[in-house]
Ligand binder design. Structure first.
Ligand code: ADE
Length: 229
C-alpha cells in the first residue's frame, strides 16, 4: 500500500497531526525523529525538519529514500503577501520559487540557476483533491505562487520586492526546497500553508501569536486530504 509523508518545519506544525493518528512508531534517524503512524487505515510518516531550506531538503529526501513515501504533503504556516489572504486563511502552492537564490550577476533571473527552473509546479491531482476538500468544508482555497528563502521576512519593502519579482502570494522557508527534492525524485507533492502573519513590521509578533492556531488549521485540512488519496 502506498505510504504518504506529511512534513512540517516546526514541532508546532506536526503536533496537531500526531494528536490524531494511531499506532505511532518513533524512529530516530539523522538527528531527527520520524513518526510512522496509521490514519484512517493509511500508512503515513510524519516529521518536522527544523526551519529552512537545508533541513527541509534533508527531511524530504529521507522521507522518500529511506521511508519509501510515494506522496509528500507539507503542512505549515506562511507569511501572507496577497491582500486576499488574512491570518488563518489557507493557500496551496501551484508553484514554488527560491526568492534568495541570486546569480543575477551572470545575467540570470532571480531564483534561477542553470539546469534548474525558477518556479517548480506542484502535483495537479493533489491540488484537485484539495479543492474537493475545500468545497466540502465550504471554504475558499487560494492557489498561488509561494516564495521560499532562508529568511524570516518582517519588512514591507522586502515583501513588496518578493511579490513583484516572483508574483508570489505567500512566503515561507521550506516549500521550494521540498519541491526541488520531490520533483527530482518524481514524487507527487503538495504544499499547504495557513497564514500566520503578513511578513511586514508586525510579523514576528503575529507569528508568535498565530503559529499554533494557523498550524492547526493547516494540519486539519491535510488530514482530510489523506482520506481521499
Ligand atoms: N513563515 C511564516 N511567516 C513567515 C515570514 N514572515 N517569513 C518567512 N517565513 C514565514
Amino acid at each position: 500500500m502506498s505510504k504518504i509523508a506529511i512534513m512540517g518545519a516546526m514541532r508546532e506544525e506536526i503536533a496537531p497531526l500526531l494528536a490524531c493518528v494511531e499506532n505511532i512508531n518513533e524512529i530516530e534517524y539523522a538527528n531527527n525523529v520520524y513518526y510512522e503512524a496509521i490514519y484512517r487505515g493509511k500508512d503515513i510518516v510524519i516529521a518536522y525538519s527544523k526551519i529552512g531550506k537545508v533541513f527541509s531538503t534533508l527531511t524530504a529526501t529521507i522521507l522518500i529514500e529511506k521511508f519509501g513515501c510515494q506522496t509528500l504533503l507539507f503542512s505549515g504556516v506562511a507569511g501572507g503577501i496577497s491582500g486576499e489572504l488574512k491570518i488563518g486563511d489557507l493557500i496551496i502552492a501551484d508553484g514554488l520559487c527560491q526568492h534568495d537564490l541570486d546569480i543575477t550577476a551572470f545575467g540570470h533571473p532571480y531564483g534561477y540557476v542553470p539546469e534548474g527552473e525558477v518556479c517548480i509546479p506542484t502535483d495537479v491531482g493533489l491540488r484537485m483533491i484539495a479543492q474537493e476538500v475545500a468545497k466540502a468544508k465550504g471554504i475558499t482555497l487560494k492557489e498561488g505562487v509561494i516564495a521560499t528563502g532562508d529568511q524570516f521576512v518582517s519588512c514591507s519593502e522586502k515583501k513588496a520586492w518578493i511579490e513583484q519579482t516572483f508574483k508570489a502570494d505567500a512566503l515561507e522557508m521550506e516549500g521550494a526546497s521540498v519541491a526541488t527534492v520531490c520533483s527530482a525524485l518524481n514524487v507527487p507533492f503538495f504544499i499547504l500553508r495557513a497564514i500566520s502573519d503578513t511578513a511586514d513590521g508586525n510579523a514576528d509578533m503575529d507569528f508568535d501569536k498565530f503559529l499554533e492556531s494557523s498550524a492547526k488549521i493547516s494540519a486539519g485540512f491535510i488530514l482530510d486530504m489523506v482520506e481521499m488519496i
